[in-house]
Design a protein around this ligand. Structure first.
Ligand code: NAG
Ligand code: NAG
Ligand code: NAG
Length: 519
């Protein structure tokens, strides 16, 4: 193997040497590479490499010349020519890939953005260690800027963009379970009655699950794709990223109140939300710029508390619903978990709730068949007669075999439940339509932290940008300014100010989170 490579390279060199120009050709190539990487400082080993290439070539050429002239060549000379051709190959290879991971890491921690750009453009990638180093370098730089009342440097936001891109690449290498589902939407034929049902869904999950549906994607005002699915990422965020000791404020963060939130927590939160956005773009084949967050916050679910209304607030369960029914602009959804079932809390499964696939045409019959094995004959008789058992029987009644409350039996009747047990760092990402009705089961003990976030594909009207005090960013410095004013908002705001800022933040999200070339 080695010797055949050597022979091949000797032949190449021999061929080139007919032009009697090899050393100068190599020197030219080396110079060419050097000039392309002028951003790097003079100590780069490329100059050393260039000298090594020349030296290798000279050894090989000398031996070849002797051989061609019919002179005798000693075994030692042949060996050193073979060795030289081996090292020549590896040196040429290094010229092709002139940078090392160490150099990239070094450039990252010194925020030398030109060098980082050059190295990434040469095909090098930031590994997880370097990406995290970039993150903390950025945090430090933000803290510095704030402390000294300086504007944020463009280097900083450019580096943030590299972190986002690297994060996405890393996620692609981690596990994922995808289930394709047929997109569903409410049947248009149901008119006012259907609209009324839609309004009521939060208070009556029975009605919501009986909503007449038809195949297709509603995606009102937006640009979704035809594909609908559920994706589970067991390691969407690493242990370090979801660590609530490092980022205590991740427990209850909203963009509306950032005054006291440490800079690193804001950045980590944006990093996770942006990772979701890029995952959605990738998963559903949509251009990144067409996806914007509409809502993202972290939420606390506490055993023994009641949910207040449909959204927000603490609570210990979430009733059956469809995200796109909650808000017509929600087109893609995610829940990212910051605590683990069985460690931090009990219960609290995330459950996809689908109609059971049935052979029977008669749905009522099928539902009753379902009960037969599990429910008391006496109760079944009452149900068949249309009598509802007395409240205390239902509430207190448990099935003898399974110990499952009767209420729960009814919830499950005719439905296929697909539960997911939350673990810290895991995420569920799915299309927000009626194909993905879901609920969160009661938490029986402990506290669960999670980050729900919802994305829209509805375009922002150009007029909205024109009305802003500062419109779309046009330079890297503009992007850095937007970060400082819209995100790193360490100031006391009136509710109106904060709402205005968050609205602008969400509309400008893509411009903040991606480089100018992708705007
Ligand atoms: C920003 O990047 C430029 C170009 O790479 C570099 O010369 C400069 O030192 C960097 N600035 C800081 C503050 O690191
Ligand atoms: C980061 O954010 C805080 C606000 O929580 C701000 O006061 C501070 O200047 C920033 N820098 C450091 C080093 O905390
Ligand atoms: C889901 O659908 C995509 C095409 O949209 C396909 O590439 C993929 O293999 C499907 N996955 C499964 C598990 O069927």
């Amino acid at each position: 193997m080695t010797s055949s490579m050597s022979i091949a390279s000797i032949l190449t060199v021999l061929f080139c040497s007919f032009f009697h120009q090899l050393p100068s050709a190599l020197a030219f190539a080396v110079h060419h590479r050097l000039s392309k990487s002028s951003a790097l400082d003079q100590t780069t080993p490329i100059t050393t490499l260039a000298a090594a290439v020349t030296q290798d070539s000279e050894v090989i050429l000398e031996t070849l010349k002797k051989k061609l002239d019919g002179k005798s060549v000693s075994p030692e000379e042949i060996i050193s020519a073979l060795d030289a051709s081996d090292t020549l190959l590896s040196h040429l290879d290094q010229l092709e890939n002139p940078y090392t991971n160490d150099q990239l890491h070094q450039a990252v921690v010194s925020l030398d953005i030109d060098a980082v750009d050059t190295m990434l453009a040469s095909g090098l990638q930031m590994d997880e260690v370097t990406t995290n180093a970039a993150f903390w370098t950025v945090v430090q730089s933000i803290n510095n800027a704030e402390e000294n009342n300086l504007p944020l440097e463009a280097n900083v936001t450019k580096m943030i963009h590299h972190v986002f891109e690297a994060d996405h690449q890393h996620l692609l290498t981690r596990g994922k379970q995808t289930t394709n589902v047929t997109c569903m939407m409410p049947d248009d034929n149901i008119g006012i009655e259907g609209a009324a049902r839609k309004m009521n869904y939060v208070f009556d999950d029975g009605d919501h699950k009986n909503l007449p549906l038809t195949e297709g994607r509603r995606c009102e005002g937006g640009h979704c794709c035809d594909k609908c699915s559920r994706n589970i990422f067991p390691t969407f965020a690493t242990d370090a990223e979801s660590n609530l000791e490092t980022f205590p404020d991740l427990k209850s963060l909203t963009f509306n109140d950032l005054e006291k939130v440490p800079n690193e927590t804001i950045l980590q939160f944006v990093r996770l939300v942006e990772r979701v956005r890029r995952t959605i773009a990738h998963e559903y084949g949509l251009p990144l710029r067409t996806i914007l967050p509409l809502q993202a916050y972290s939420r606390k679910y506490v055993a023994g508390t009641t949910q207040k209304g449909g959204g927000g607030g603490e609570g210990d369960f979430v009733t059956l619903h469809t995200d796109e029914a909650t808000h017509a602009g929600y087109h893609y959804s995610c829940v990212l978990y910051l605590s683990t079932q069985g460690i931090d809390f009990e219960g609290g499964n995330f459950v996809f709730n689908d109609p059971e696939e049935k052979m029977e045409v008669n749905r009522e019959e099928a539902n009753l068949e379902e009960y037969v094995d599990d429910i008391d004959d006496k109760l079944l008789e009452m149900l068949k007669n249309g009598e509802l058992p007395e409240d205390d029987i239902v509430i207190g009644g448990y099935d003898d075999d399974t110990g499952i409350p009767l209420e729960e039996e009814i919830r499950r009747a005719g439905r296929k439940l697909t539960p997911f047990s939350p673990e810290r760092g895991a995420a569920v990402i799915f299309s927000s339509g009626w194909e993905n009705m879901h609920e969160v089961e009661k938490i029986t003990s402990g506290v669960r932290y999670a980050v729900p976030c919802f994305f829209t594909t509805c375009p922002v009207p150009e007029a909205a940008y024109e009305q802003m005090v500062v419109g779309k960013p046009k330079t890297d410095e503009d992007i850095a300014d937007d970060w400082l004013h819209l995100l790193l908002a360490h100031r006391n705001e009136t509710p109106t100010e904060s709402v205005g800022r968050v609205k602008e933040l969400l509309m400008k999200w893509h411009f903040l989170c991606s480089p100018l070339s992708e705007h």
